[in-house]
Design a protein around this ligand. Structure first.
Ligand SMILES: Cc1cc2nc3c(=O)[nH]c(=O)nc-3n(C[C@H](O)[C@H](O)[C@H](O)COP(=O)(O)O)c2cc1C
Length: 152
């Protein structure tokens, strides 16, 4: 199986927000998870301080279309592509969109891993992101029920 994986970073656009950042993210996750489950896309969204990092993976066309929609979204800005590559397996199978806020107390280990680089997001590489997401998503799957499991 070939899977396309795309990673980018961006900055939440606080100016355009109608609610709190938590409310905005809850709304965003509802739509994103529904769309991703429909399109066979899996992935992860990390909020690290004032930077979003996202991994999207799935069939190439679905990943490209999803990324185009995301890139047009005014809820974030300064979007920078970190990496795009093909792989033989997904990093976060079964997760339509895993989400973690690295500031959350429950995920203190993750916070301690990423906080040193959250202040310099341009230094976060594909390898940093992939290992963080795998560590974080697996840890969350162990500790909490999966809320974003794909139905199909
Ligand atoms: C940081 C961020 C991440 C997002 N991630 C996804 C995603 O993984 N999948 C998705 O379909 N939409 C995602 N969105 C929302 C899209 O930009 C867009 O609003 C949505 O896909 C439109 O869906 P609709 O046509 O069903 O309303 C994201 C938006 C932001 C700001």
């Amino acid at each position: 199986m070939t899977v396309t994986r795309l990673c980018y970073r961006s900055t939440p656009n606080f100016a355009d927000m109608t609610g709190t950042l938590d409310e905005e993210i809850d709304r965003l996750l509802l739509t994103a998870r529904r769309n991703n489950a429909r399109d066979g896309v899996t992935g992860a969204l990390l909020l690290a301080g004032t930077t979003y990092f996202q991994i999207l993976e799935g069939p190439q066309e679905a990943v490209t279309y999803t990324f185009r929609r995301i890139a047009r979204d005014r809820r974030h800005m300064d979007l920078t592509l970190i990496d795009e590559r093909d792989d033989t397996a997904r990093l976060v199978p079964g997760r339509s969109l895993y989400f973690a806020d690295t500031m959350d107390a429950y995920d203190g280990v993750l916070a301690s891993l990423i906080l040193p680089i959250a202040n310099a997001p341009e230094l976060v590489s594909y390898e940093d992101l992939a290992s963080l997401v795998m560590f974080s998503a697996n840890r969350a799957a162990r500790d909490t029920p999966m809320l974003d499991v794909m139905s199909a």
